[in-house]
Design a protein around this ligand. Structure first.
Ligand code: NAD
Length: 359
């Protein structure tokens, strides 16, 4: 079956890095038999420019029809004065909500060639490859009641609610086990079950779902310990699954273990494995249009799409191996450049990865 891929370049460096991703996808089609068709649509500031909306109706229609979505990045100073409903970021939130993308995959991978980019010692982080799965549509960020009000005694108070239903926990747990099955089959569920009732229910449901995945080794960890373990011995983890706020914090900490924002892909999936893939960085207006952007996070987002939405594991592995080869050859965009390496621009890096694809 032909895979339908929608590419949405967005703003800032988005078009530059998505051009390299398109080059890569076309090479996989032409040289390695990937059966895929590509469509392109505007989103974010580009959506506003084209159709007056950050998520134009036509883009949403194409997104619904696609099997996999690739996004560059959205946002930029040109759009900062727009009302909230028209802001580029709104396009991203809207597409996540419309497509019910509740499962956020944030890998933290440190290529051995870049071990010196991390603030941690190379022996602790070199070769790091963990996946943090964050629930994206529930918990404290959406729970009600929420607000700021004044008590009867005149004291103001603010409050939010961490709330998860059993079905919400079950679907993110299943997503975690499914991902673990595609990796080293170890899943660590992170919660705060010693203090929070919502975590006690979380743990109970995760245990129940585990019965359907006898090949996955499940463990549990409190979030404070998980934060400590991530910086003490991050390689002990394979897949971590956790609720929205814990995942927000832990995934940023894990991303920084790797030292470069230009290297990390991400995905947001629905219950059927359809997903939106994007680099974790933003639109970097400070370097847009200068050929300085590192396209590797976007190329690695393509690899994730091949693996998690299109079930093309061999093609995913091919892309990741090509990125490894290019780093072995010493090619570096300015953000990851160190003495003794070749400093290259966005396009040269993209072309080099395409040239390094092999059987
Ligand atoms: P940013 O990630 O765009 O940039 C932070 C720093 O990292 C900048 O110095 C930038 O030059 C550098 N950088 C980012 N990506 C890079 C790459 N691929 N190669 C080399 N260097 C890279 O974050 P910001 O500056 O806080 O935000 C800029 C704009 O992006 C804002 O409008 C913000 O709202 C938006 N944003 C969008 C997303 C998204 O689309 N998912 C995420 C974060 C921020």
């Amino acid at each position: 079956m032909t895979h339908k891929i929608l590419v949405m370049p967005g703003d800032g460096i988005g078009p530059e890095i998505v051009t390299e991703a398109t080059r890569l996808l076309n090479a996989l089609r032409e040289r390695f038999g990937l059966d895929a068709e590509l469509e392109k649509a505007p989103i974010g500031g580009a959506g506003y420019d084209a159709a007056g909306e950050p998520l134009p109706e036509q883009t949403l229609k194409l997104a619904r029809e696609a099997d996999g979505l690739l996004l560059g990045a959205v946002g930029g100073p040109r759009y900062d004065e727009l009302p909230w409903e028209k802001r580029p970021e709104r396009g991203l939130l809207a597409i996540r909500a419309q497509l019910e993308l509740f499962s956020n995959l944030r890998p933290a991978i440190l290529y051995p060639q870049l071990a010196s980019a991390s603030a941690l010692k190379p022996e602790i982080v070199g070769g790091l490859d963990i996946m943090i799965l964050r629930e994206l549509t529930g918990g404290a960020y959406f729970g009600k009641p929420r607000g700021i009000d004044t008590r009867e005694d005149g004291v103001r108070q603010g409050y939010n609610t961490i709330i998860y239903s059993e079905p919400e926990i079950e679907r993110i747990a299943r997503s975690g086990f499914d991902i673990a099955m595609k990796r080293d089959r170890r899943l660590c569920s992170v919660d705060k079950a010693n203090v929070l009732e919502v975590s006690q229910l979380w743990r109970e449901v995760v245990e129940r779902v585990a019965k359907d995945y006898p090949d996955v080794a499940l463990s549990h960890m409190y979030v404070d310990n998980a934060a400590m373990q991530l910086v003490r011995a991050p390689k002990q983890f394979d897949v971590i699954v956790t609720e929205n706020m814990f995942g927000d914090i832990l995934s940023d900490a894990a991303a920084m273990l790797t030292g470069s924002i230009g290297m990390l892909p991400s995905a947001s999936l629905d219950a059927h494995g359809k997903g939106l893939y994007e680099p974790i960085h933003g639109s970097a207006p400070d370097i847009a249009g200068q050929g300085l952007a590192n396209p590797l996070a976007t190329l690695l987002s393509v690899a994730m799409m091949l693996r998690y939405s299109l079930n093309e594991e061999a093609q995913a592995a091919r892309v990741e191996a090509a990125v490894g080869r290019v780093l072995d050859d010493g090619l570096r965009t300015p953000d990851i450049w160190t003495q003794g390496c070749d400093k290259v621009d966005t396009q040269t890096m993209g072309q080099a990865v395409v040239a390094a694809l092999s059987d």
